[in-house]
Ligand binder design. Structure first.
Ligand code: TXA
Ligand code: MG
Length: 346
């Protein structure tokens, strides 16, 4: 299949999205930018499109897809909403928050087919803030099912280059809208009464959500043997680089000494902060931004995971993020990529 790539850089380019909308209405697949990561979109109401998404990504068919809508109220057509949904929507939608709600059935038939939701009787709803994503949903005039637009097992794509690398010639169209602003996938939650279960941390933080919930339950990073995950995606192996990745924590001085030593001893890549640069050899150094600038870290992380993996180094070291605010999302992605390998310096 020949994949068409279109570039959108301003509102003036929006009319090009009309063709993308048409592709979506006729069971085709379109990768598109969002403020979190790029999505691989298909018509959420169309089982053929959903099956094509799983095939193109090489994704297990029981891992449900997020349904993207243009306004929070559109959820009424596909799910059973509640008061807490609208309270959260008024603060965080459009934006990087995905909310799982019970599926809506008409005459016993689910409006969103089982093929889109991996056979579950719930639907994950997201209303993206990115203007291109929003316009695409409006032009398509159907809800868009979209997982991240990467091959299963590689880091989520934060630029059209990443999508082209993974999916060129496997889908109908790629919309190049520049780099994703945030760079990590959306926060995923499930609402149960006035309890919020945080299934995947993202830009909308646990601290922000806790204001709305009577109780906030944060899903554990470590699943015990035989335990059922709250979200099917949590049971799958996540991106792991082809070489060992270690997360390093400890006092500033100890961490820097460790990095310096490792640079002398072995051919390694290091993912660290701007402030570290003056103490280290610049070869294979990947700077996330200033230590306190967590948004910059989020923006660069997935690109660095892709880049470090293709360097000629034999091992990767990265700073272990704190779990505060957006740090929890960074921690969650890195700890999985590192297979929970942490070096605690004392
Ligand atoms: O930022 C994002 O969320 C991006 C952009 C494209 O919107 N999408 C994304 O989708 O990251 P994906 O498929 O890579 O991750 C969706 C996660 C998976 O872990 C999946 O298991 C979970 O959400 N999920 C989706 N529907 C669910 C449901 N009904 N119940 C429980 N978990 C669900
Ligand atoms: Mg994904």
């Amino acid at each position: 299949m020949n994949t068409e790539t279109i570039v959108i850089r301003s509102d003036a380019d929006f009319p090009h999205l009309e063709r993308a909308g048409e592709i979506l209405r006729t069971s085709g697949l379109v990768a598109f930018p969002t403020e979190t990561v790029y999505g691989l979109g298909g018509n959420a109401l169309d089982k053929t499109a959903s099956k094509k998404i799983y095939a193109a990504k090489g994704r297990p068919s029981d891992n449900p897809l997020i349904v993207h809508i243009a306004t929070p109220e559109e959820a009424e057509k596909y799910c059973i909403t509640n008061k807490l949904y609208y309270e959260l929507a008024s603060s965080f939608m459009p934006g990087p928050l995905t909310i799982i709600l019970p599926k809506k059935y008409i005459d016993g038939i689910p409006v969103i087919p089982d093929e889109t939701t991996g056979g579950l009787d719930s639907v994950a709803i997201r209303c993206p803030a990115d203007p291109i994503a929003h316009k695409l949903i409006v032009y398509a005039d159907v809800p868009i099912a979209a997982p991240s637009a990467n091959t299963s097992g590689s880091p989520s794509p934060t630029s059209a280059t990443h999508v082209i690398h993974d999916l060129n010639n496997k889908i109908d169209m790629i919309i190049d809208g520049g780099e994703s602003v945030f760079g990590l996938e959306s926060t995923v939650i499930r609402i149960d009464g006035d309890t919020i279960y945080l299934l995947r941390p993202g830009a909308v933080t646990a601290e922000q959500l806790s204001i709305f919930a009577n109780k906030l339950v944060i899903a554990d990073e470590h699943l015990k043997e035989g335990e059922q995950p709250l979200s099917p995606g949590m049971k799958y192996k996540h991106y792991a680089p082809s070489k060992p990745l270690y997360l390093v924590s400890g006092d500033e001085e100890l961490v820097l000494d460790f990095f310096k030593e490792k640079q002398k001893e072995e051919n390694c890549a290091i993912i660290c902060y701007d402030e570290d640069a003056k103490f280290l050899n610049p070869d294979n150094l990947f700077l996330l931004g200033k230590q306190r600038d967590l948004l910059s870290h989020a923006h660069r992380l997935f690109d660095f995971l892709r880049k470090t993996d293709v360097t000629d180094t034999s091992v990767i070291y990265a700073r272990l993020p704190s779990k505060e605010g957006i740090g929890l999302a960074l921690y969650n992605r890195l700890i999985r990529a590192a297979g929970h390998n942490i070096i605690n310096l004392k």
